[in-house]
Design a protein around this ligand. Sequence first.
Ligand code: 2P0
Length: 349
Amino acid sequence: MANPSIYHATATAPVNIAVIKYWGKASTKLNTPTNSSLSVTLSQDDLRTITTASCSASFESDALWLNGAPHDVSGARSQACFAELRALRKAKEDKDSSLPPLSTYKLHLISENNFPTAAGLASSAAGFAAFVRAIADLYELDESPTELSRIARQGSGSACRSLFGGYVAWEKGDREDGQDSLAVQVAPMSHWPTMRAAILVISDAKKGVSSTTGMQATVATSTLFPNRANVVVPARMEAMKKAIAEKDFETFAELTMADSNSFHAVCLDTIPPIFYMNDTSRAAVRVVEEINRSAGKKVAAYTFDAGPNAVIYYEESNQQIVLGTLKKATVDVTGWSDGYAHINAAVPE
Ligand code: 2P0
């Protein structure tokens, strides 16, 4: 037989950094969260995953190579994404018999990050978003980014937010089957084009406690957690959407810093406690507090994910004061040896 055709599609997905954090699963099977979350998508020029999906009758098994190394796809999360995407393709093929039967072929995925995977910079978010987008493009699916976000969520929760640029909410949903747990764009980046983000790479070591393990321990043991998930975050989601709509940086900054602190507080309240921030992270908090004190208003906002690295949001007009002070502080802060990476948060629509 002649060599069977190989079909390809390539897609990229950006990193997102939450300002209202996802922490806690309502269902581990469906990968639904205990609370909604909201993120800012970073520029693809700086941080992104690029993935090529291919399929062919000649491929013997599904496979993924991440930054050149083979990566296991037998886990439930990758399998859930494959199954959902194949089902959508199959429905298309059932309607149009002239389409090649790609849904029956094995998939090969080649994925590259343009940033260190171990740097604690939400690589799973961009990774699963690019995974889903590339296969959806290969299959020529017509589903909207919000519909695809439901699939990416099952790969990694935060990945559902990386299917969009700009300001993105992951609405937790109420349904038992998780069908309404999906991401929507709150505003495109063009709505607030002066927003910037800097990443302080404090350590590129792999995190000690994985997000999945950590959040399950928090849900099971933290007495502060129910108040955060049920009372604090729902109010903050509304306040954050309003701050973004009004381009109110001071409120955006207050909410961002408060939510980062609340997330790290429930981590500390977990038994045994989880420490993601370190002494250098805390030094970064003090530098931002000092920048805001000397400016007489909030011109910078810090946030920390499941690791010690800081992301600092600021408006372009304050770049000099914010980055200048942070740069000067890097000289004084022990352990901040990797310095800082300046990331523009402007993204394509
Ligand atoms: C977030 N994080 O909202 C929060 C803030 C970390 C701290 O989403 O288990 O890798 O794959 O659904 O998405 C990290 O958790 O967890 C995360 P899974 P994920 O960005």
